[in-house]
Design a protein around this ligand. Structure first.
Ligand SMILES: *Cc1c(COP(=O)(O)O)cnc(C)c1O
Length: 424
């Protein structure tokens, strides 16, 4: 690699102090920097935050306890924490057109836990998308608290791999769930929140949307909002929304807001991570800028282009395309290639994806017959539809050959492309 290209990958800040401090930590940090700078990030749940979000998360806001809520803290010295948290709440409400927002959940899983704690009793029935059809672990999986403490009724996809609303309605009528969750971790199509809402009303269930994956698309007006149709909305703030790693809960019903407030603190959490709350405030402010809508719509244009590119090269894309940031590839037609092998081969080629089960996958979750791609991170880097063609080419080449030489050559080409789209 020429020095000219190497120069483009200089860290955004100096790591010199780390080198003198500790070999293990310095090595991990500098290698991770290089991995992010020189590789293609296609994991659907990942992104690159702005330098300002990074600064917020690494700021001295990490030094303080602020248990409680703005104006009602259990510790002194919270003046500026009150200001920041209230501001984050106001920005979140504005961004999503919500009546209330809680910015304290440490993560998406914590946001869901707090919502269940607020709205359900142990043993109540919770209905959500099954893990094997694209739901999240926290949507009633038997290994998760949500599946152990509640009676979990899963729904799934129809033969065309779209949400099976007939099944949702049938099962809702049979099992009368107290809470229905809509939203997924692997679903490439628009979610019809209105359809869920009418079913929830028919069976008198509370409706929760978990928009962890698509929050950035909703904020950027590239996906319909669940807010007018759902009683409560949970999300992560670090996937397509591109903010500090964390969770957020919001809604329009005041009575639900009061329950959520108590369920987050003191119900399920202690002191909030105020440096992360500061980072969320930065993210919400960034997402309110008009350029965020351009980013959100470009994510989808890129995903459509990448899906087309892969289908043109013979890949089976589940639902034959995408409406959002996510592309779900099935390898069922490739007898010699499974998801695990695809993931590791692409990693050798400098392309990060994750193996993913496909609906009714004959292989185990550790092996899988598919993989999942997302275009949020590469869109943040500034890549567009023309880069998606090159990426589809590399994926096809890497998965058609095991030759180390070929994978190395792709890795070099990936690095050259990445040099033109610096992260920081
Ligand atoms: C990622 C995700 C979560 C969990 O978020 P964490 O921050 O990893 O806890 C919850 N729900 C859905 C739908 C997700 O995709």
């Amino acid at each position: 690699m020429s020095d000219g290209i190497q120069d483009k990958f200089k860290p955004a800040w100096s790591l010199q102090n780390w080198e003198a401090f500790d070999d293990v930590l310095y090595s991990a940090l500098s290698h991770e920097h290089e991995r992010q700078a020189t590789g293609l990030e296609l994991i659907a749940s990942e992104n690159y935050v702005s330098k300002r979000v990074l600064e917020a998360c690494g700021s001295l806001f990490t030094n303080k306890y602020a248990e409680g809520y703005p104006g009602k803290r259990y510790y002194g010295g919270c003046t500026y924490y009150d200001q920041v948290e209230q501001y984050a709440i106001d920005l979140a409400k504005r961004l999503f057109d919500a009546q209330w927002a809680n910015v304290q959940p440490h993560s998406g899983a914590n946001a869901n836990l707090a919502a269940y704690f607020a709205l359900l009793e142990p043993g109540d029935t919770l209905m959500a998308m099954s893990l094997s059809h694209g739901g999240h672990l926290t949507h009633g999986s038997p290994v998760n608290l949500s599946g152990k403490w509640f009676k979990s009724v899963p729904y799934g996809l129809d033969v065309n791999h779209r949400i099976d609303f007939d099944q949702v309605r049938d099962r809702a009528k049979t099992h009368r769930p107290k809470l229905i969750v809509c939203g997924a971790t692997c679903y490439p199509r628009t979610i019809d929140f209105e359809a869920f809402s009418s079913i929830a009303q028919e069976v008198d269930a509370v409706l929760m949307a978990d928009i962890a994956h698509i929050a950035g698309l909703v904020a950027g007006k590239a996906h319909p909002s669940p807010l007018p149709h759902c009683d409560v909305v949970t999300t992560t703030t670090h996937k397509t929304l591109r903010g500090a790693r964390g969770g957020l809960i919001m809604g329009c019903r005041e009575d639900v807001g009061v329950k959520i407030r108590k369920a987050v603190f003191p119900g399920t959490q202690g002191g909030p991570l105020m440096h992360q709350v500061l980072g969320k405030a930065v993210c919400f402010k960034e997402a309110l800028e008009p350029s965020f809508e351009t980013y959100a719509s470009q994510i989808i244009k890129n995903a459509k282009a990448l899906a087309e590119g892969l289908m043109d090269r013979g890949f089976k894309v589940i639902t034959d395309g995408t409406d959002n940031h996510l592309i779900w590839v099935s390898l069922l037609d490739r007898t010699t290639l499974d998801g695990r092998e695809a993931e590791s081969r692409l990693e050798e080629a400098g392309i990060t994806v994750n193996k993913n089960t496909i609906p009714d996958d004959p292989r185990s979750a550790m092996i899988t017959s598919g993989f999942r791609l997302g275009t949020a991170a590469c869109t943040t880097r500034g890549m567009g539809e023309s880069e998606m063609g090159a990426i589809a080419d590399w994926i096809a080449q890497a998965l058609s050959s095991e030759s180390a030489e070929q994978l190395n050559r792709i890795r070099c080409e990936v690095k050259i492309l990445c040099a033109s789209f610096p992260i920081y």
